[in-house]
Design a protein around this ligand. Structure first.
Ligand SMILES: [Zn+2]
Ligand SMILES: [Zn+2]
Length: 246
């Protein structure tokens, strides 16, 4: 089995075009990792017939709702629908454990007072500090998206393949550096006309396209402006449900 990346949701926080929020399943013989878990990620997994029990670990790029607020539903899934006993690793920027616990309490107060029927192993991803989980290697680096909290891009290696995920980010030369030698670059592209320092826009990516050293680049987290111009774009864009063989 080769490494596959399943784009569960290629939409932004506003679900532009009715698209699901951020969630990317990276699957290989070494294991299955979910990159981000937006509010509708479980919905998207059910839509596409994904075996939710196969997930070994969830890596979070940052703690915005469209990237992590689906976790309470995953906990419910593993409690009732697909009972889980083996550990679930949740790795994310500093503060992940507290934020996930608070989110679960807010969503399911009574349930959250009892222990989950499976162990959750929290792991802090610090920028510039690589982490290995089983035979999956993750290199997190900081990207400009939030003022105080840490936002990360994640470079994930498994089974001889390398996937780079930008998370949400403004422009940074780090994207160019970290994309060298990468098999697949999953890159956010929220805007077209609008330029912000904490999100990416298509013209900025297009003018730098030849500098990225990835074999394949797929744009995701597509906002309204980008969807309106989809016919004119020269960089590949994702649809919900896209599966890329890396
Ligand atoms: Zn964000
Ligand atoms: Zn986002």
């Amino acid at each position: 089995m080769a490494v596959r990346v399943h784009f569960l949701g290629a939409g932004d926080a506003f679900s532009a075009g009715g698209r699901h929020q951020a969630g990317y399943l990276v699957l290989g013989p070494a294991g299955a990792v979910l990159l981000d878990c937006g509010a509708t990620t479980l919905t998207a997994m059910k839509r596409d017939g994904v075996d939710t029990g196969a997930i070994d670990a969830v890596f979070l790029s940052h703690l915005h709702g469209d990237h992590f607020s689906g976790l309470p539903y995953l906990f419910l899934e593993y409690t009732y629908e697909r009972p889980r006993r083996r550990p679930l690793v949740i790795a994310g920027p500093p503060g992940t454990e507290e934020r996930v616990a608070a989110l679960y309490r807010a969503a399911y107060k009574d349930l959250a007072q009892q222990p989950l029927p499976f162990p959750v192993e929290y792991l802090v991803l610090n920028p510039g500090v690589p982490v290995t989980i089983g035979s999956i290697h993750v290199e997190p680096f900081r990207v400009p998206h939030q003022q105080n909290d840490v936002s990360l891009a994640l470079r994930v290696s498994l089974d001889g393949k390398v996937v780079l995920y930008s998370g949400d980010t403004g422009w940074t030369e780090g994207l160019v550096e970290w994309s060298q030698g990468v098999d697949l670059f999953i890159c956010e592209c929220c805007f077209y006309e609008t330029r912000y320092e904490f999100h990416l826009d298509y013209p900025r990516l297009a003018e730098n396209r030849t500098r990225f050293g990835c074999r394949r680049m797929v744009l995701t987290h597509l906002g309204r402006e980008v969807l309106a111009r989809r016919g004119e774009l020269e960089i590949e864009t994702a649809n919900d449900g896209l599966v890329v063989e890396v």
